[in-house]
Design a protein around this ligand. Structure first.
Ligand code: FAD
Length: 484
């Protein structure tokens, strides 16, 4: 029987810059390209609702790209180790290749899979391509992992980087087996929800490698110019929106770095903007660096003193936050942007998260779970690190007394109110002066704007100044030892 090579796609849903695919091609055997949905057991975290929609679309795009090259994607659902073993037996597979995941629970499973395959004399090899550096690679002078971002990012910039060697054009053809094994269709993976709440998302996003590349090219030739100045303003095109593409590995971060280096060589005056963007991409590296140190980062605070915090977890307040009905327009705009588009601007993520934790006294882990289910880019490292950073219990923590003021932030970062008006249309007719705090508007202004507070739009669910004082007192009391 003819020998085959197995190519296991995971969070690397692309054909360009794909080291595992290159290794598979070099075997000169027919390739079985497979994807396994293996998130049903307690060990791996179940992919969230919005991300499932993205995955469905991204797999569909990958399958189409493979078909153009004479192949196709085979999908399976269940225990990865069992499925791989069965395919290896059936198809006389000599080698299995994949790109590494850095999610600790997945790494554990992958190590077991590798060992089992090797026991059956099958070559099992994984490659680095999800990050610019292995999460354990960058170390302090004392050989320890970093806990603070700025020195970590400087060390990354100074480190030797070999990633450019991982970049390859997508192949023109992918050799196919004479007969494909029976698998599950993408639809049978059951990734789509019964109700089509994703319709607006489908208009806004193009999951898959082509979408990733066109977003990146558009940004590199356009938006990146204003990145430094605009990245904090949610009503601008100031950011790349590459996060779901990066999460699903539809574009390699090495590609971003190499393209920016080439552009800087051509246009040296663009160096600062490229550096500003690369620095932000390094936050992603830092999150994985932290996850490598704390595998349970979505559950356990990096600062253990925070386990003493007594949260109030009021369910009515949680619902108001989730539905974008807190009475604080910028928080509400962010939460509604998340619900409608599956994405939220980074500045607003920080403000909305701070509001949940420090104004509503709801456990940051509850917020992390909600984002996990609703974000298209829901990522085990970035999401947990983001929530811990805002709560003040993570690495590089914003000190706990730094509490985002939702009104001042709104006046500063959405001064003309374009973002609020886009997502909270009931406030659209309020003059800018009152848009950030509608409860301060005189009756005649409300009337002219056709707005009845408490009916069309809620009064604030809490008073920020009082909540801030309370948060400071609670934080000081519950994590006193840390500050003593
Ligand atoms: P850009 O500004 O264009 O940045 C480019 C890329 O750099 C991003 O796509 C992302 O991969 C990376 N990046 C940028 N900022 C950060 C950051 N602060 N931390 C880590 N990586 C960063 N990001 C996720 O990808 N998934 C998450 O689940 C996630 N959850 C978050 C939760 C909270 C509470 C907070 C405060 C932040 C979270 N972030 C998360 C980080 C950040 O908000 C998003 O990466 C960013 O908004 C994505 O938009 P963009 O692609 O336009 O970013």
């Amino acid at each position: 029987m003819q020998k085959h090579t197995l190519l296991w796609f995971r969070q690397d849903l692309r054909l360009a810059d794909h080291p595992a695919l290159q290794a598979a091609l070099q075997t000169e055997c027919p390739i079985l390209p497979i994807f396994i949905l293996d998130d049903d057991d307690a060990e791996t975290r179940r992919i969230g609702g919005a991300a499932r929609w993205w995955l469905h679309e991204s797999l569909t795009a990958l399958d189409a790209d493979l078909r153009v090259r004479g192949s196709r994607l085979l999908c399976f659902r269940g225990k990865a180790g069992d499925i791989l073993q069965k395919l290896c037996n059936q198809y006389h597979v000599e080698s299995v290749f994949w790109n590494r995941s850095y999610v600790p629970q997945v790494q554990k499973r992958d190590a077991a899979v590798k060992a089992a395959l090797k026991q059956h004399n099958i070559t099992a090899q994984s490659f680095a391509s999800y990050l610019l550096f292995e999460p354990w690679q960058i170390k302090t002078g004392a050989g320890k992992p970093y806990r603070v971002f700025t020195p970590f990012s400087k060390a990354c910039m100074a480190a030797e980087w070999t990633g450019a060697g991982q970049l390859f054009a997508a192949p023109e053809a992918v050799p196919a087996p004479q007969q494909f094994p029976a698998g599950t269709t993408i639809a049978e993976l059951d990734l789509l929800p019964p109700k089509d709440w994703y319709k607006e998302m489908a208009q806004l996003w193009q999951p898959g490698e082509n979408g990733a590349q066109s977003s990146w090219r558009g940004f590199l030739n356009g938006g990146i110019a204003a990145y430094q100045e605009q990245r904090d303003f949610p009503n601008t095109e100031g950011v790349s929106r590459l996060s779901p593409h990066l999460h699903w590995g539809e574009i390699a971060p090495a590609r971003l770095r190499v393209d920016m280096a080439a552009a800087t060589e051509k246009y040296p005056d663009r160096q600062a903007r490229h550096y500003a963007f690369l620095r932000q991409v390094l936050w992603r590296e830092f999150s994985y660096h932290l996850l490598d140190q704390l595998p349970d980062m979505a559950e356990k605070p990096l600062n253990e003193n925070f386990t003493r915090m007594k949260w109030e977890n009021d369910s009515a307040l949680l619902t108001a936050w989730q539905q974008g009905k807190t009475g604080y327009p910028l928080v509400d705009a962010g939460m509604r942007q998340l619900w409608r588009t599956g994405w939220m601007h980074n500045r607003v993520r920080m403000i909305a998260a701070s509001f949940l934790i420090k104004d509503l006294f709801i456990d940051w882990r509850i917020g992390e779970k909600y984002f996990w289910d609703t974000l298209l880019d829901a990522d085990p490292a970035n999401n947990a690190a983001g929530w811990q950073w805002v709560a003040g219990c993570g690495a590089d923590a914003a000190p706990y007394f730094r509490i985002f003021n939702p009104v001042l932030q709104s006046k500063k970062f959405d001064a003309a109110g374009g973002y609020i008006r886009a997502f909270v249309p009931e406030l659209a007719n309020l003059p800018d002066k009152y848009l950030h705090a509608p409860w301060e508007a005189p009756d005649n202004v409300l009337e002219q704007a056709g707005l009845v507070l408490g009916k069309d739009y809620p009064y604030p669910v809490v008073d920020h100044a009082a909540a801030r004082d309370k948060a400071l007192a609670i934080y000081k009391h519950d994590i006193k030892q840390e500050t003593a």
